[in-house]
Structures are given as structure tokens and as C-alpha cells.
Design a protein around this ligand. Structure first.
Ligand code: ADP
Length: 449
């Protein structure tokens, strides 16, 4: 290991991802500091980190999103670096900047890169400039309803209005005709202004039945970039991913190769470093179009890890410590077999309502080809304040059929009592002929309900 590696890392997150980062640090011989809210006092990250500091009450605004509390915890414990996980402060350029001025390494891209990728219309322009395909749409932010109508008439309806600073599906409107465009534009601008403190909205072609396909990348601080294949995340409900797999059963090898080559150039030119994901939509013809960059580790990263054998979180830490990608990866990255992840959420499978509470009975599946990333345990509590993720169940096989068979077996052996979970929903998905045939798009779940 390079001598410059960190001695101690603070994890500014909770739940399974906090535990995942602790595991990566243990593998690297790095000490860890967990920060926690009062609701997470008895959680596994608190138990397994070397040190733990309470940073505030349950409400995230006063704990996991409270930058001064987190920085104080980092200073008291004298850490070298902070891993933000996903969600919370992971894509907050201001937080990355505060870390920098405090002399603490933020394990992620530079604040300037985070903020330019967070302005979607700008990220879109950068990708276009480097030959990455984007959907036809407006040149930048819309300045008037007339301009929006002119653009939409040129590219054809339907179109989608999107908030440039958007996230979580907010500030988006699908529009079918010129008549309804001015009204929908005003709505999108208002919603964007209220949610993101920027009313900037742009427009692009709307794809009615897209597949969601995203590429995992790693980039070091010396200009080396590696694309680690794609993940298919089309099984969603209300834009929330439920099941992800790698490789995509629908992506043509020639399209994969072309997009990966262009992406590599674009990522290099942006000066991106650390792990990231570039999201695309696939149209009915099988072509890919860029939609956004997620400048952080993703929930679904384990499917890429199973197929490539690369520990992405470990790679993030080593990149942040200044190591070079060829050393970290140790040669050509092979892609082996097929992996699927099911997100086991605490929710009622009938109506998708959250189902927090105490776990009264618990059995984790195991056996060949199965991995479980979880912070849940017997008598543990899933609090109502945060996301409802209980566990990520990942199956790997030589091919897609074997991965599906192993996943079905693991779902049968996975017992969570005391709360409702999405286990029955996943069993149903895996038994659907269209899923097994690889024949689906992002409307797959909507068609059931
Ligand atoms: P957010 O950052 O709010 O999640 P995205 O740009 O990632 O916004 O889009 C979220 C989801 O909205 C996509 O996964 C897709 O389902 C849908 N969507 C976005 N743009 C389009 C489009 N041009 N055509 C069809 N669906 C779209």
C-alpha cells in the first residue's frame, strides 16, 4: 500500500452504506469514525466503527445534513478524510468545499466538478461537445414560452421540461402539444424555483418507453479513466430503482463500445476524479442518450463489483489518497458473468407505503453467488426518518439465468419479520416472463398497478 494512504476516515452517512465504507476501510487498515443521529444510536455502523460521535437529533437537517456538526466531529477525531456515501451531502459542492478549506480530503470529485455536473443543462452541453449522444432539445436554459414552442415544434412532441438543478424527479413536466406548453413551463419553473432555488428549465425529446442504462466509471487525479461497464436500472417505481443488473440484457455490444469510448474522453476533459455514474436513456431502437451524471457512489454499485471484481469503495479511497488507477486496478478489468441486485425496502408490497419498525425475526440468505449488504439485524429498528432500505441482496452467476435462479433461492431464504418488505414484490418480478426474457422498460411496474 502506498505510504500516503489515510490513517483515519469519517463516514458522513448511515445505514448499509456507512457499514460498506467501514468494511472497505478495514480492508485497507484505515481507522474509522461513524457519526450518528440519536435515532441511530444502536446501529451497526456505530458498533463497528473505531469511534462514534453523535451529531444531533433524528431529523437529517440537524444531523446528517448539518455541515458544522460533521466538520466538528472530523476535527475532534482528527480524521484525514470524509466519505460521504450516497444521498445526504454526497453531491453537495459546498460541503466538499468546506472539507477542502478545513484541510480534510473529501472522498469524491472536486467541488467545481460536482457543481458543474449538478447543473444538468451544463453537463448536457459538455457531453455533447465531446460527442456523447444527447437527446434533441433546447440549447441551454429556456428564456421564454415562445422559444420553448419553437424548439418543441422543431424536434416534435412529446417533449419533457426539466429543472436544470433538478433531482428526485421534481420540476419535470411531459408536454404533448404547443397549446399546453406555456402553462407547463410556468409550472416546471415554479416547482424548480421552490425546490432547488433555481427556476432554470430546459427541454428535451421525451421517450415514452425508455430503458434506464448507466455506466460506472473510476477516474484518478492523474488523468486516468476506466469505464467499468453498465447497469440496467429499468425496473423502477416512480423513478425509484427497485432492481438493477449488469450487464444490460438489451444493450448492443457495438453501442456499448462506442459510448464507453466517447465517455472516457468526456470524463478526462471534465477533469473528473473518483467514482461516478453517467446515466442514459435507451430509446426503442436501442440507442443511448445521456441524461445526467451522479458524482458519487451509487446504491447499486455492488452489481458492478460482482461482475468486475473491483472493490469500488476501496478504489474511491485510494484515488482520494492520490494513488493511480493502473496500480489500483492491477491490470485489465475483465467482466465476468451476470449480477442482479434487489433492493429490499421496508414497505408494504401492496401499496408501497413505508413500513418502519422493529425486526422481530431475521434470517439472511447465503451460499454460492450471494452477497447481502445490510445494516439490519434481529431486533434492530428501521427508523421512519430516513430511506426505507433494509438490505441489498445481490446474486452473481455465470450468466443471467444462473443469477436469476440464485436470486430466487436467496429471496426464498430471506426472512424479515415484524415489518413489511419488498421481498414478495421481487419474487413476482423474477417470475414474470417479460423480465426473464429481458423484455421491459421503465414502465414495467406501472403496467401492473
Ligand atoms: P432526476 O435527477 O430528477 O432523477 P433524471 O434526469 O435522472 O432526473 O430523470 C429521472 C427519470 O425521469 C429518468 O430515469 C426517466 O425515467 C425520466 N426521464 C427523464 N428524462 C426523460 C426523457 N427525456 N424521456 C423520458 N423519460 C425521461
Amino acid at each position: 500500500m502506498a505510504s500516503g494512504l489515510f490513517k483515519k476516515v469519517l463516514i458522513a452517512n448511515r445505514g448499509e452504506i456507512a457499514l460498506r465504507v467501514i468494511c472497505a476501510c478495514k480492508d485497507l487498515g484505515i481507522q474509522t469514525v461513524a457519526v450518528y443521529s440519536e435515532a441511530d444510536r444502536h446501529s451497526l455502523p456505530v458498533r463497528f466503527a473505531d469511534q462514534a460521535i453523535c451529531i444531533g437529533p433524528a431529523r437529517s437537517a440537524r444531523s446528517y445534513l448539518d455541515i458544522p456538526s460533521i466538520i466538528s466531529a472530523a476535527e475532534i477525531t482528527n480524521v484525514d478524510a470524509i466519505h460521504p456515501g450516497y444521498g445526504f451531502l454526497s453531491e453537495n459542492a459546498g460541503f466538499a468545499e468546506v472539507c477542502r478549506v478545513s484541510g480534510i480530503k473529501f472522498i469524491g470529485p472536486d467541488p467545481e466538478v460536482i457543481s458543474s455536473m449538478g447543473i444538468k443543462e451544463r453537463a448536457r452541453a459538455i457531453m455533447k461537445e465531446h460527442g456523447v449522444p444527447i437527446l434533441p432539445g433546447s440549447e441551454g436554459v429556456l428564456s421564454s414560452a415562445e422559444e420553448a414552442i419553437g424548439t418543441a415544434n422543431r424536434i416534435g412532441y412529446p417533449v419533457i421540461l426539466k429543472a436544470s438543478a433538478g433531482g428526485g424527479g421534481r420540476g419535470m413536466r411531459v408536454c404533448n402539444s404547443a397549446e399546453e406548453l406555456p402553462n407547463l413551463l410556468a409550472q416546471a419553473q415554479n416547482e424548480a424555483g421552490a425546490a432547488f432555488s433555481s427556476a432554470d428549465v430546459y427541454l428535451e425529446k421525451y421517450i415514452r418507453a425508455p430503458r434506464h442504462i448507466e455506466f460506472q466509471l473510476l477516474a484518478d487525479e492523474h488523468g486516468n479513466v476506466e469505464i467499468l461497464g453498465e447497469r440496467e436500472c429499468s425496473i423502477q417505481r416512480r423513478h425509484q430503482k427497485l432492481l438493477e443488473e449488469s450487464p444490460s440484457p438489451a444493450l448492443r455490444a457495438e453501442v456499448r463500445k462506442r459510448v464507453e469510448t466517447k465517455l472516457k474522453d468526456a470524463i478526462k476533459a471534465i477533469g473528473y476524479s473518483n467514482a461516478g455514474t453517467v446515466e442514459f436513456l435507451m430509446d426503442e431502437k436501442g440507442d443511448l442518450f445521456f441524461i445526467e451524471v451522479n458524482a458519487r457512489i451509487q446504491v447499486e454499485h455492488p452489481v458492478t463489483e460482482m461482475v468486475t471484481g473491483v472493490d469500488l469503495v476501496k478504489a474511491q479511497i485510494r484515488i482520494a489518497a492520490g494513488e493511480k488507477l493502473p496500480e489500483i486496478l492491477g491490470g485489465k478489468v475483465e467482466r465476468r458473468g451476470h449480477a442482479i441486485e434487489c433492493r429490499i425496502n421496508a414497505e408494504n408490497p401492496e401499496n408501497f407505503q413505508p413500513s418502519p419498525g422493529r425486526i422481530t425475526g431475521f434470517n439472511l440468505p447465503g451460499g454460492i453467488g450471494i452477497r447481502v449488504d445490510t445494516h439490519a439485524h434481529q431486533d434492530g429498528v428501521i427508523p421512519p426518518y430516513y430511506d426505507s432500505l433494509v438490505a441489498k441482496l445481490i446474486a452473481h452467476g455465470r450468466d443471467r439465468d444462473e443469477a436469476i435462479q440464485r436470486m430466487k433461492r436467496a429471496l426464498d431464504l430471506f426472512v424479515v419479520e415484524g415489518i413489511h418488505t419488498s421481498i414478495p414484490l421481487h419474487k413476482r418480478i423474477l417470475n414474470e416472463k417479460d423480465f426473464v426474457d429481458g423484455n421491459f422498460d421503465t414502465n414495467f411496474i406501472t403496467r401492473w398497478t
